[in-house]
Design a protein around this ligand. Structure first.
Ligand code: UFG
Length: 323
């Protein structure tokens, strides 16, 4: 299969490219390398480009003629989105419209979209299934809801086939240690904790200890990046087989509090790194836990890394290799 992967040099994208490559697919990665890295693209070709450049995207699609597009390229930090909403609407909405335009112009109609648990806001029931109302509480989540709406409208209008995967908290690194998370500034909990353990940052702040959760800190459903990568491949197969538009959660169905993650990180690293309690971070919902029954039922997804310690261990192995 020929697959065009935007953001394929980034954290999640590069793991999906790795899996696609291992299965022998033909890949063209389109990435502006703003947060991604050339070394992370283990298979296929990399075209350095920005989705703001509509002509470049269209020409790339026109030349490559993919069977499907997987779209990772986006800004993803909840707290930053509260401070810089326009960056999120421009990058996540306008640039996605550019990509969709280019796809229609080149008759490319299969699309896997990176959506997020942040679309749900503060859910009333837990675990969350796909029928829960979408009430995002930050611009990041709102930008993803907007594109989901676009896709819902586009499907019947243009016979456009898509699967949107709503990711929960993606973490960990490739089991063979070749790739992992590598942002210039680590903001995600597990990576940040491990970098504190390494001495890259002085201490770890726990943002908010007064949430309505058992220990007062936020709860998240941490899913290993390789399980998420597998979900993309299965979603793609499902789309090729059925052509049916759909939206599916991807998480394990149980969560861990920030304090639990911190304790696990201390145990695995063997380092009692400094931790300080701090005020809440803007835009954070108290708890997000996935009901992924649909993904399992529809695509046959069976996670192989549902173990917080294993997730942290793979991330730690990766961190230790980095300078
Ligand atoms: N946290 C800390 N200290 C830190 C970093 C994070 O206490 O140094 C806390 C946060 O406040 C939050 C939890 O750890 O309560 C998880 O935070 P992350 O930054 O790791 O992840 P988020 O839940 O904010 O967001 C991530 C992705 C989003 C995605 C979301 C889905 O960045 O793109 O998961 O649940 F939408």
């Amino acid at each position: 299969m020929k697959v065009f992967v935007t953001g394929g040099a980034g954290y999640i994208g590069s793991h999906v490219v790795k899996l696609l490559g291992e299965e022998g697919h033909d890949i063209l990665v389109f990435d502006n390398l703003s947060t991604g890295h050339e070394w992370a693209v283990l298979y296929g070709r990399l075209l350095k480009g920005d989705l703001a450049d509509r002509d470049l995207v269209r020409d790339a699609l026109d030349t490559f003629r993919p069977d499907a597009v997987i779209h990772f390229a986006a800004s993803i930090q909840v707290e930053e989105s509260v401070r810089e909403p326009l960056k999120y609407y421009r990058n996540n909405v306008i640039n996605t419209l550019n990509l969709l335009d280019a796809m229609l112009e080149t008759n490319t109609t299969r699309f896997i979209y990176s959506s997020t648990a942040a679309t749900y806001g503060i859910p009333e029931t837990m675990p969350i299934d796909e029928t829960a109302p979408l009430r995002p509480i930050n611009p990041y989540g709102a930008s993803k809801v907007m594109v989901e709406q676009v896709l819902r409208d586009l499907a019947p209008a243009k016979d456009f086939q898509y699967v949107a995967l709503r990711y929960f908290n993606v973490a960990g690194a490739a089991s063979d240690g070749r790739i992992g998370q590598a942002y210039a500034e680590a903001t995600h909990l597990i990576t940040r904790a491990l970098k504190v353990a390494k001495g890259e940052y002085k201490k770890l702040f726990i943002y908010g200890t007064d949430y309505p959760t058992p220990d007062g800190t936020c709860i998240r459903d941490y899913v290993h990046v390789e399980d998420l990568a597998l979900a993309h491949l299965l979603a793609l197969r499902y789309l090729m087989d059925t052509g049916r538009p759909d939206i599916m959660n991807c998480g394990y169905g149980h969560g861990f509090s920030v304090r639990e993650v911190v304790e696990a990180a201390k145990t695995i690293t063997g380092i009692d790194f400094p931790v300080e309690e701090a005020p809440r971070r803007a835009g954070d919902p108290p708890a997000l836990i996935a009901d992924s029954t649909k993904l399992k039922r529809v695509t046959g997804w069976e996670p192989g890394h549902d173990d917080l310690r294993h997730i942290i261990k793979t991330a730690w192995e990766w961190e230790k290799k980095r300078i």
